[in-house]
Design a protein around this ligand. Structure first.
Ligand SMILES: NC(=[NH2+])NCCC[C@H](N)C(=O)O
Length: 405
């Protein structure tokens, strides 16, 4: 099987990347919720049970599920040098800069010999009381309360949609909008650069060291030649410019145009996939908030440069033009204002399509789910009470690695 191959949002899903929520959720506290991009603290055992059911639904439907933590454990097991390089880079990216603390923390993490245990520990965050610091070394370090977090958790890791995005036979390895989520992209960097199954197999259309932010929730594969990218709270126009220049110039890419879709810049609509996702050849779920005329920019290559053309039209007209056939937009909760705002907030428009007309959805969005069934969709419901507190749905919690053409 190829390493990465995704040319649509709906073709049969063969392989997908997940991360099972871990103890990083236990290091969420009320005063860190806003900074760590959560709206409440999930109850970990139930969140894990819900996530296990998500994985089970995928496997029951013929999808190979791989876990980020497993791929990363395999990557740092390739050689001691890669393991050491990862630990040192992780510590610096956790904002630890004094030579003394870099040494203390390197010794701590290097003492964790099991590779998966080490990877999970880097995801969870680290409390001062877990690290033995010899008292004669420094009063400063010990005067502060002994149970403070010295390294933040990364609670958004189960939203594997965002740190990188599969496009064709490559990925955008993303520069994320927030400091907390930008740390997450280290895992994909190491997997694509050093894991035996991905090293040298995956083109990079964007890099985590690029200047401008872009996130995978904004990247939708319309088809093999057309990519939709949201201009959103999380993805800026400059990043799309940079992506276009790079992907058009790479002979290994088949992308001929990018549709930059300008959506409201707010948390409820943080990514394009929170307001619309494709669920069948000719059907999309959509948030009523983007029902009217949209501002879209068609970006195409022009010699060594790019050509940008503004299009102002209704979403269904724009999609019909580029898909080559009429489309049906199914509004979240049927367009009922209050129900659609409630259900969009809980990711009623954020469905994962595993085959044309077959979608995984959150069970809590019952109004939308009923309408989707009435429209002929096969709706696979997953439990969601705890997972939804992170403000992401089934599409957010998955990154397709391989879809059929
Ligand atoms: N593709 C998505 N819609 N991802 C949702 C990510 C939610 C996460 N708490 C954040 O704010 O980044």
């Amino acid at each position: 099987m190829v390493a990465i191959h995704v040319t649509s949002e709906i073709k049969p899903l063969k392989k997908v990347l997940l991360h099972r929520p871990g103890k990083e959720l236990l290091n969420l506290t009320p005063d860190t919720l806003e900074r760590l991009l959560f709206d409440d603290i999930p109850f970990l055992p139930v969140a894990q049970k819900e996530h296990d059911r998500f994985a089970e639904i995928l496997k029951e439907n013929g999808v190979e599920v791989v876990y980020l933590e497993d791929l990363m454990a395999e990557t740092i097991s390739v050689s001691p040098e890669i393991r050491e390089k990862f630990i040192k880079q992780y510590i610096v990216e956790a904002n630890i800069h004094t030579e003394r603390w870099k040494k203390i923390l390197f010794d701590y993490f290097d003492s964790i010999k099991d590779p998966k245990e080490l990877v999970l520990k880097t995801m969870e965050g680290l409390n001062l009381k877990e690290v033995h610091v010899s008292p004669e070394n420094s009063l400063v370090d010990l005067v502060s309360e002994s149970d403070k977090l010295i390294i933040d958790p990364m609670p958004n890791l189960y939203f594997t949609r965002d740190p990188f995005a599969s496009v064709g036979d490559g990925v955008t390895l993303n520069k994320m909008y927030s400091i907390t989520r930008n740390r997450e992209t280290i895992y994909a960097e190491y997997i694509f650069n050093f894991h035996p199954e991905y090293k040298g197999q995956v083109e990079k259309w964007y890099d985590r060291y690029d200047e401008f932010h872009i996130e995978g929730g904004d990247v939708l594969n319309i088809n093999e030649t057309t990519l939709a990218v949201g201009i959103s709270q999380r993805t800026c126009p400059e990043a799309i410019d940079g992506l276009a220049h790079r992907i058009f110039k790479n002979p290994k890419s088949k992308i001929e145009r990018i549709l930059a879709v300008n959506i409201p810049n707010n948390r409820a609509m943080m990514h394009l996939d929170t307001v619309f996702t494709q669920i069948d050849t000719d059907k999309f779920t959509v948030h009523p908030g983007i029902y009217g005329e949209l501002q879209v920019f068609e970006v195409t290559p022009k010699g060594d440069d790019i050509l940008v053309k503004e299009i102002n039209d209704k979403l269904e007209n724009i999609l019909a033009k580029y898909l080559g056939h009429p489309v049906t937009l199914i509004p979240c909760a049927g367009g009922d204002r209050i129900a659609s705002e409630r259900e969009q907030w809980n990711d009623g428009s954020n469905t994962l399509c595993i085959a044309p007309g077959v979608i995984v959805v959150y069970d809590r969005n019952d109004v939308t789910n009923k309408i989707l069934r009435e429209q002929g969709l096969t709706v696979l419901e997953m439990p969601s009470a705890e997972l939804s507190r992170g403000r992401g749905g089934p599409r957010c919690m998955s990154m397709p690695l391989v879809r059929e053409d």
